[in-house]
Ligand binder design. Structure first.
Ligand code: PLP
Length: 368
């Protein structure tokens, strides 16, 4: 077993496999293909496993599209909120499908993308999101086309539509109702298309999700309009499969016990800071010792959460932060020059691979 110092992200392929098997199961029962949303998870060291279960990748811009093409293969969907001409010329080398965010971008680049399947993102005007920040249909949203009339005029120039209208949606009833709405409002358009992407944000790999009903609904949607359905799982593909493993450096007291660990929220698990959520712990388990777990940066609010644990933390204790795969490694930054967690993978056969270590040279090279 290689020695690895904390902090490190630890991806467990056996846990990942459970999600991947669900994704394959959905494909077999519903016909819906799944492309991995690289914006959520781009750790290509586990793509060897993931590509056996997913149909390809989807991206938010040229670099992700290229990464998908180079490291994952299969289908490459390339969406961007805004392409430049140079972007389009490059991305068409990698992409099977290019999805524009607006009709003006479709018009501007139609000639450039001749021969590549082209789609447009639609903003249906409704969504499911617990966070305004991540609500694609929030007021004044720039994400996707709202104008149905203009969309219909452009229909002959595209082969598909993308609706990304969910964020952390584990409510199947809500999804089903919204698919009815999409069918009612865009059915005539969908009938002219070859494919439709329903985007990401669907928590269908969560324990207890009504998979049979989900698959039947997707199949019925696909058959009703004669379209190939795509899903773009990000979080659903990797949920529960990684931890951020840290060591307590110090315990200070200010009304409560505060354990400072050798990682930090802002550079290593940024979304908890953005969405003001608390991290879940994988270890130690729950108990009677009250403690706040905080990061080592200078930010006063660098706090992973408040817990009651079964052991009292002290310098040297190990703390494993759960659910550390999605929107973490893709967002890490060098704030405070906090040492970057290594990336480790526990393979299916139990061997531990340290796939990436970072050191001072990378910190220095990220600046000039
Ligand atoms: C267009 C698009 N597709 C897919 C996703 C992945 O979403 P999630 O990670 O919630 O499944 C996102 C997330 O923002 C997105 O914007």
């Amino acid at each position: 077993m290689p020695q690895v110092a904390t902090p490190y992200y630890l991806i467990d392929e056996n846990k990942l496999l459970k999600n991947l098997e669900t994704i394959r199961n959905v494909r077999e029962r519903s016909g819906a293909k799944s492309v991995l949303a690289l914006k959520c998870f781009s750790t290509w060291s586990v793509f060897g496993l993931m590509r056996q279960y997913l149909d390809g990748t989807t991206s938010s811009g040229v670099y992700e599209a290229r990464l998908g093409y180079e490291t994952f293969g299969k289908e490459v969907h390339a969406y961007s909120v805004g392409y430049s001409l140079a972007d389009v010329r490059e991305v068409r080398r990698y992409a099977d499908k290019i999805i524009f965010n607006s009709l003006s971008q479709l018009k501007a680049f139609s000639r450039e993308v001749r021969g590549v399947k082209t789609g447009v993102r639609v903003n249906p005007g409704f969504s499911h999101s617990h966070f305004d920040l991540a609500d694609p249909a929030r007021r004044y949203s720039r994400l996707g086309v709202r104008d149905g009339k203009a969309l219909r005029k452009a229909a002959s120039r595209i082969s598909g539509l993308m609706f990304h209208f969910n964020c952390e949606n584990d409510d199947f009833g809500n999804l089903s109702k919204n698919l009815d709405r999409i069918g009612d409002e865009y059915g005539d358009l969908l009938e002219q298309m070859e494919w439709v992407s329903l985007g990401g944000g669907l928590h269908f790999t969560k324990t207890g999700y009504p998979l049979a009903a989900f698959c039947a609904r997707l199949k019925a949607f696909s058959e009703a309009f004669g379209v190939q359905v795509y899903l773009e799982p990000g979080e659903a593909a990797i949920t529960g499969c990684a931890e951020l493993v840290t060591t307590v450096l110090d315990v200070v007291h200010n009304e409560v016990d505060i354990a400072v660990v050798d990682a930090s929220l802002e550079p290593h698990m940024l979304d908890h800071l953005i969405y003001r959520t608390s991290a879940k712990l994988a270890f130690p388990g729950p108990g009677r010792f009250r403690v706040t777990i905080a990061g080592r940066s200078c930010l006063a609010g660098d706090v992973f959460g408040e817990y009651r644990l079964k052991t009292r933390l002290k310098a040297g204790s190990v703390v494993r932060i759960a659910d550390a795969a999605g929107y973490t490694m893709v967002k890490k930054n060098w704030f405070n020059g906090v040492p970057m967690p290594s990336i480790c993978v526990k393979r299916l056969d139990g061997t531990l691979d340290v796939v990436r270590r970072f050191d001072y040279k990378e910190f220095k090279a990220s600046l000039s």
